[in-house]
Design a protein around this ligand. Sequence first.
Ligand code: NAD
Ligand code: 0WE
Length: 261
Amino acid sequence: MDSLKGKTALIFGVANDHSIAWGIAQALHREGATLGFTYAMDSLEKRVRPLAESLGADFVEKCDVTDDAQIDEAFAKAKERFGTIDILVHAVAFANREDLAGRFVDTSRDGFLLAQNISVYSLIALAQRALPMMPDGGSIVTMTYYGAEKVVPKYNVMGVAKASLEATTRYLANDLGPEGIRVNAISAGPIRTLAASGISGFRDYQRTFAQSAPLRQNVTIDDVGALAAFLAGDGGRLITGETIYVDSGYHIMGMQHSDDE
Ligand code: NAD
Ligand code: 0WE
């Protein structure tokens, strides 16, 4: 409690109460942070605003991260409202549905660039605007997935985007380190969010995950939130450029065991 008292967080990526960004928002709020939210498109406002208000936040602005003008406007409004910020949460990704099925080799140029634009370049664009608003340093966190480093069938173009995102995290960490700004990626196990609900066989995938992972359980948005709050607080003070796993230990395994339970 209160480990983030007096700190302000700007959160990108809440679509509904299943969103990972929402789990992070709740954890930051629990630790006493003041929150601001952005949402991708008009249809989401009716979901995001009540969620924000339930955590005492009334800063809720539209921001499609592919549009520099919308990013500029969202940060200008955040500057007006908060002056400075301490925490930036990037929990945004998108690829065309047809690129998350079938063969990776069939990825189109447009599909590749769309995934990189929304899921990776947006972190750079947000970091650029956050930098002048973090005079006392800060914590930037983004969300990644194991498909960045090992082949996960059908994750395809998003796997390459996440590899690029993890490298981007390191390069940003190097640039922003001297300003006291830390940049880390949280690699979460599969969670049934809106982005995941479009994936056929996701339930089976979660079941296999929970059977294979050392801790034998699926990951929740609260588990991700707790790590994000840790990184934003004193525990994360000298941690930067990292990809940190909240995955029940799944990624340490070299071969799946055959326990029956
Ligand atoms: P989600 O659908 O709740 O969140 C994705 C968000 O991206 C949504 O809020 C959506 O509005 C936003 N978005 C998409 N295009 C955008 C744009 N142009 N401008 C602004 N926002 C845009 O799903 P989620 O699972 O909470 O995803 C959040 C992050 O977590 C993503 O980066 C995802 O890759 C990552 N992740 C998810 C899982 C999982 O299993 N769900 C696991 C590891 C990492
Ligand atoms: O990063 C993600 C999902 C990202 C995502 C999901 C969608 C679905 C709907 C990006 N773009 C879209 N576009 C859509 O139209 N995850 C880590 C969750 C996920 O997605 C998978 C997974 C896992 C895990 C896709 C295939 C295989 C495993």
